[in-house]
Ligand binder design. Structure first.
Ligand code: SF4
Length: 417
């Protein structure tokens, strides 16, 4: 498989978006933030590619012309002028700061916007990962520095940078493109333009091999994916929102399409929320009743109470657990111990809090999907982001039946508590 690093990143954020772009080949209309990033990168490339370093005015002039051209591409988005002006000022400030910080010392540049390919061999497949490195500097001592510009507002920690997959891939791509330099020290830097700060790291053989494994694993995920859309705040900036299954219905409602089927589903949704509300009220009430029954039993010294609809008994429940070392002693000689070994996810989650970041990342990377299903996540209107999950429709049906039959109201108390 041949895939670019940016496509791999896009898949991680939303498999459906990856599919629209890479498989269905639907062109995504550019977003303001993409245009902003491209304009800043373009101006920095201009800055470093001139024979003599441009003055700040020349840099601003270049950017302004470039910005106007790129702005044209956003026409169909109908964005207000205030948004453009804000982003334009942001970009100009970034570039002026960059000029200020970098006009004294000029790096010896090996390459700008350099395309690379990194080959990845797995036991059963071969892949090529492609990408582009913003800048590669040759240092006086013969070493190299790979620089990637970032326009993001958030700055990661040093340990995040040490684990950064993109930088490891750059190292890999650099070594393949310039094999004659691959034994030289290579510094990998992310330059956070808004913060005027560069964070650097270096990679060794272990990192590079781990990177290859991670990339192969990510490619396998793509090959096995069903490309489900993953809704997130990024949807607001996604050029495929109009055709995305996650948002298509909302857009159809707004456009008042197929009024009949819309009416039906609206009624179904209304009923769903009504029932959920009743269930939650009933669960609260059941908890109160349970507490009252327990209190009565404690006060009266009884373990069973009787009412018109039946009785409720308190029964001592005991839970057991096996002593792991004893079970191991019994099963290991039979070669059966591994068959019952399973990682306890809850305990692992707790344990991770006390582990260093690189171990946490290694644990995260070892995750593989064990099953796949669609769950309903519902968001009542006028809440900021309250979510809840309906995973068990049988349970929902059971609760519904309970609500519709008053005489059975007390039954779940006996069955469930
Ligand atoms: S709108 Fe959201 S869910 Fe749909 S493709 Fe874009 S990012 Fe994915």
């Amino acid at each position: 498989m041949r895939i670019s690093y940016s496509a791999l990143e896009a898949f991680k954020k939303c498999p459906q978006k990856y599919k629209f772009k890479e498989l269905d080949k639907i062109k995504e209309p550019p977003s303001l933030s993409a245009v902003f990033g491209a304009a800043v990168h373009g101006a920095l490339q201009y800055f470093h590619s001139q024979k003599t370093l441009p003055s700040s005015k020349e840099l601003m002039d270049y950017f302004s012309i470039n910005w106007l051209e790129r702005k044209e591409k956003l026409k169909e988005r109908n964005l207000p002028d205030s948004e453009f002006n804000f982003m334009e000022n942001e970009a100009k400030n970034i570039l002026l700061d960059y000029h200020n910080d970098n006009s004294e010392e000029t790096p010896h540049i090996l390459s700008l916007e350099s395309k690379f390919e990194a080959s990845l061999k797995s036991s059963d497949d071969f892949h090529i990962l492609t990408g582009k490195i913003d800048r590669i500097d040759r240092q006086e001592d013969g070493s190299f520095e790979i620089v990637d510009y970032k326009t993001s507002k958030k700055m990661p920690s040093q340990s995040d940078i040490d684990d950064d997959l993109q930088l490891s891939l750059y190292h890999l791509g650099f070594s393949e493109k310039w094999p004659e330099f691959k034994t030289r020290p290579i510094k990998l830097s992310l330059y956070f333009l808004r913060h005027r700060e560069k964070i650097s790291t270096q990679k060794n053989e272990i990192h590079i091999n781990a990177t290859k494994e991670k990339l192969i694993k990510s490619i396998k995920e793509i090959q096995n994916s069903k490309f489900h859309p993953v809704a997130s705040p990024l949807c607001d900036f996604c050029g495929y929102k109009n055709i995305c299954p996650m948002w298509k219905h909302k857009i159809a409602i707004n456009n008042q399409q197929s009024a009949v089927s819309q009416k039906e589903i609206k009624q179904t949704i209304a009923e769903f929320f009504e029932l959920k509300e009743k269930i939650s009220q009933n669960e609260e009430r059941l908890d109160e009743l349970k507490a009252a029954i327990n209190a009565f039993c404690d006060n009266e010294g009884v373990e069973q109470v009787f009412g018109d609809f039946g009785s409720i008994m308190r029964q001592l429940q005991q839970r057991y657990e096996y002593e792991p070392h004893k079970i191991k002693e019994i099963l290991e000689p039979l070669g059966k111990w591994d068959e019952i070994m399973a990682v306890d996810s809850a305990k692992l989650k707790e344990l991770q809090k006390s582990l260093p970041p690189h171990i946490r990342n290694a644990i995260k990377d070892s995750k593989i999907p064990s099953s796949e299903f669609k769950k309903l996540i519902y968001k009542p209107r006028n809440t900021i982001f309250k979510t809840s999950v309906v995973t068990n429709t049988e349970m929902l049906d059971k609760k519904m039946a309970m609500l519709s039959n008053n005489t059975n109201k007390i039954k779940p108390l006996i069955n469930e508590y």
